[in-house]
Design a protein around this ligand. Structure first.
Ligand code: URA
Length: 262
């Protein structure tokens, strides 16, 4: 679908590959932070594990919050050793259609995790794209990043391109912008632009600031159109660029910092 290609201006972050080196310094860290870094639990839940007496360091139960651990210390939770997943990883995937955004699927469908299984760390998707949607999906092993990016207060704009069956007029496009009712609640103001129309289909770029379930499809349904193709181009100023479908790349430090700030 050649007519989907959009050339974006300069107000977007550069998206060249960034690979961080293995130069992180080993140092003492607080036990609850260590447990969070090992993806055992959130920092708060880890604190409770410690005060509940479930954590041992070098064989001794530790119940004092703030106890420091060093590389080489053996940390166990409920008798099982835990290991630090050394590096925090932040990636974007160009998700193809046909993959479910989940860590494991009850129905045994392909998941996005299969597309990032060359990364040793255990990753989790940040937000979701539905199975029929392509495009920019973030994944990380950093719980703080996950929380910050998905917190409604930090909600960044999300830019989608949708091909719909039928060609909406100016008033219908404006309706999308003012807000339509989906699942009984009005959507917040959005930006919508008819990019092109051909063969009874239209390409519309829609920028929204919420992340409700199947929101874009439902917004078009609300004005009487069916989405036949959907892809996410950007989350805030972080853009998919020319990342090939099914491939991933690391976010660069500017992108990580930008996404984490409110
Ligand atoms: N809106 C949708 O309809 N689907 C997505 O995957 C994301 C936004």
């Amino acid at each position: 679908m050649v007519f989907l290609k959009t050339d974006r201006g300069g107000d977007y972050m550069r998206s060249e590959n960034y690979k961080s080196g293995n130069d992180e310094k080993s140092e003492e860290i607080r036990l609850q932070k260590y447990l969070a870094q090992c993806n055992v639990a959130s920092r708060r839940a880890a604190e409770k594990m410690i005060t509940d007496g479930r954590v041992r360091v070098n064989g001794d139960v530790v119940t004092v919050l703030g106890t420091k651990v060093s590389p080489g210390d053996i940390v166990e939770v409920d008798g099982s050793p835990v290991y630090e997943e050394k590096k925090k990883v932040y990636i974007m995937l160009n998700k193809p259609v046909g993959y479910v955004t989940t860590v494991s699927d009850d129905e045994d469908r392909s998941t996005v995790m299969e597309l990032v299984d060359d990364i040793p760390q255990r990753l989790y998707p940040v937000g979701r794209l539905d199975i029929n949607t392509e495009g920019l999906l973030l994944l990380t092993n950093d719980g703080d990043f996950m929380q910050k990016v998905t917190h409604p207060r930090n909600e960044k704009k999300k830019i989608y391109q949708a091909v719909i069956s039928g060609i909406p007029d100016h008033y219908e496009i404006e309706k999308l912008e003012r807000g339509v009712y989906i699942d009984g609640r009005k959507t917040s103001p959005a930006k919508a632009e008819l990019i092109s129309a051909q063969d009874g289909k239209a390409l519309v770029e829609l920028t929204i600031h919420e992340g409700r379930n199947r929101q874009v499809r439902k917004m078009f349904e609300a004005i009487g159109y069916r989405v036949v193709y959907l892809r996410r181009l950007a989350v805030g100023n972080v853009i998919l660029g020319n990342l090939p479908l099914g491939k991933w790349r690391r976010l660069n430090p500017n992108e990580v910092a930008y996404l984490m700030k409110g």
